[in-house]
Structures are given as structure tokens and as C-alpha cells.
Ligand binder design. Structure first.
Ligand SMILES: Nc1ccn([C@@H]2O[C@H](COP(=O)(O)OP(=O)(O)OP(=O)(O)O)[C@@H](O)[C@H]2O)c(=O)n1
Ligand SMILES: C[C@](O)(CO)[C@H](O)COP(=O)(O)O
Length: 242
């Protein structure tokens, strides 16, 4: 079975607050997008990678990955869209023949090769849509939108405590049969350019089709870099690995 990975790297990283796109920010001296591509390659389960890049950075990212000695699989770089969903759709449109498609975030640079293999194995075992998930460690409250009146700090009103045993925080890589992911993106295409309506992950599009999604065990190393603090934590994890 041929497995293609779409590596999303077209975001700006506004919450990280750097002057360059997040995918090009360095972690331990290496850009996030390169870390993520190396991990996909190291898994031995990925045959080719399509990277979605900010339109002005396609050549720079292409040069980085072509010149990296730890990325041996063929890499194609395409311009992403205005949302993550639109970027994945652009990656899918550029994808060649594949039976399994992974979608992975450059923002999760330390996702281990063993996690990549776990997801691919589950798709190859017959699951059409597979996401890695982690149990929640905090007590979770549902709050009401309107703020409480008063002169103190802005406060929200707790509605209830959510039963967390049935909740999972999902990560990437997410894995799909090519046919199912293509159908899911076609079905959700009208939402792709809408910042408020676009799906935040690909499994969500499969759920909208009414098709099954299964969860496999995630990995704390697949943490997402969103803020500057996340980058500091990832630095510590990287130092542990080395
Ligand atoms: N239009 C977009 C938006 C996001 N992404 C990618 O989707 C992943 C998850 O997005 P997120 O971490 O939210 O990244 P940003 O959108 O860049 O972050 P922010 O919301 O802070 O701007 C990242 O690898 C990002 O590059 C993408 O390919 N195209
Ligand atoms: C796809 C994702 O990584 C799953 O957790 C995540 O939804 C993407 O990031 P965002 O910050 O939710 O856009």
C-alpha cells in the first residue's frame, strides 16, 4: 500500500508571535517543518510527502527539505490556503496515487516515528479514519458565554462539570483511506475558506459525512507548538531525546 503524508505548514503562527511563519521557526537549530518531515521519513511508513507552505515561502521550504540528509522520500511543496482545511485540500489536490493518506502538522515537530507507524498500521488494518488521542488531565467545566456583571476581573459563569473519561485531545498525524479523505474534503468544501466554519481537523470532516473515526493512543511528544511557552517545553523534550 502506498502512503502519502500531507504536512501542513502554511499557517502564520500568530499565537507564537514571530516575524516568520511558524513552520520556519527553529527548535534546537532545525526548523519545525524539517523536524516533522524527518519524523515522517524515519517512520519508514511514508512513501512521499506533500507540504503546504505559505505562498511566499514555497521555494525556501522546498530547498530546505530537498537539501536535508534525513529526508529521503520525495517531497512536493505547494501553496496552502487561508485555513488549515483549505491547505489540506490543496495538498490533496497535488497528491499522486496513494491508498493511505496521513495529515500531519509541522506545528507538531516531535511526533515520534512510532506514532506515525501506529496510525498507518490502524488504517492498513481496515479503519478508514484514525486519530491519535490523549486523555484529559484537568477537570473540565462548561461555561456560559456572557460575562458576570461586577467590578472585579472579567468572569465566566460555570454551567457544569463535564465527564472527562469519554473525552480525548486529538493530535496528528491523522490517517485516512485516500478515498474517504477525498470524499470528506469534497463534502466539506463549502466551509474551507471560512475562518469560522472551516474544520480544525480532517477527522471532523469525516464525522460530518457520518463515517466512523477511531482513536489510537497518542503521544505526549506529539504536542502542538502554539505559544512561546510550548516552544520552551519542546526544547526540553528534544534535549531528553538527544
Ligand atoms: N491556513 C493554514 C493554517 C494552518 N496551517 C497549518 O495547520 C497546522 C495547525 O495550525 P496552527 O497550529 O493553528 O497554526 P497557525 O494557524 O499557524 O497558528 P495561529 O492560529 O497561532 O496563527 C500548522 O502546522 C499550520 O502550519 C496551514 O497549513 N494552513
Ligand atoms: C489538527 C489539530 O492539530 C488537532 O489537534 C488541530 O486541530 C490544529 O490546530 P488548531 O489550533 O486547532 O487550528
Amino acid at each position: 500500500m502506498t502512503t502519502l503524508a500531507i504536512l501542513t505548514a502554511a499557517g502564520s503562527g500568530s499565537r507564537l508571535g514571530r516575524s516568520i511563519p511558524k513552520a520556519l521557526v527553529h527548535l534546537g537549530g532545525t526548523p519545525l517543518v524539517v523536524h516533522a518531515a524527518r519524523s515522517l521519513d524515519r517512520s519508514g511508513a511514508v512513501d512521499a510527502i506533500v507540504v503546504t507552505a505559505p505562498a511566499d515561502y514555497t521555494e525556501q521550504i522546498s530547498r530546505l527539505l530537498d537539501g536535508d540528509p534525513q529526508v529521503d522520500v520525495p517531497v512536493t511543496v505547494v501553496a496552502g490556503g487561508s485555513t488549515r482545511q483549505a491547505s489540506v485540500a490543496a495538498g490533496l489536490a497535488a497528491a499522486g496515487e496513494a491508498s493511505v493518506v496521513l495529515v500531519h502538522d509541522a506545528a507538531r515537530p516531535l511526533a515520534p516515528a512510532r506514532l506515525v507507524r501506529r496510525v498507518v498500521d490502524a488504517v492498513q488494518a481496515g479503519h478508514g479514519a484514525v486519530v491519535p488521542g490523549m486523555p484529559l488531565v484537568d477537570t473540565v467545566k462548561r461555561v456560559a458565554a456572557p460575562p458576570l456583571q461586577g467590578s472585579g476581573p472579567r468572569a465566566e459563569s460555570v454551567q457544569d462539570t463535564v465527564e472527562r473519561s469519554g473525552l480525548r485531545a486529538v493530535q496528528t498525524p491523522q490517517g485516512f483511506s485516500h478515498d474517504l479523505l477525498t470524499r470528506a474534503h469534497a463534502h466539506g468544501a463549502a466551509r474551507a475558506e471560512d475562518q469560522d466554519m472551516a474544520a480544525s481537523d480532517d477527522a471532523g470532516l469525516v464525522e460530518s459525512l457520518g463515517e466512523a473515526v477511531v482513536v489510537v493512543r497518542g503521544d505526549e511528544r506529539a504536542m502542538k507548538i502554539t505559544t512561546a511557552r510550548d516552544l520552551e517545553i519542546a526544547d526540553l523534550l528534544l534535549a531528553e531525546d538527544e
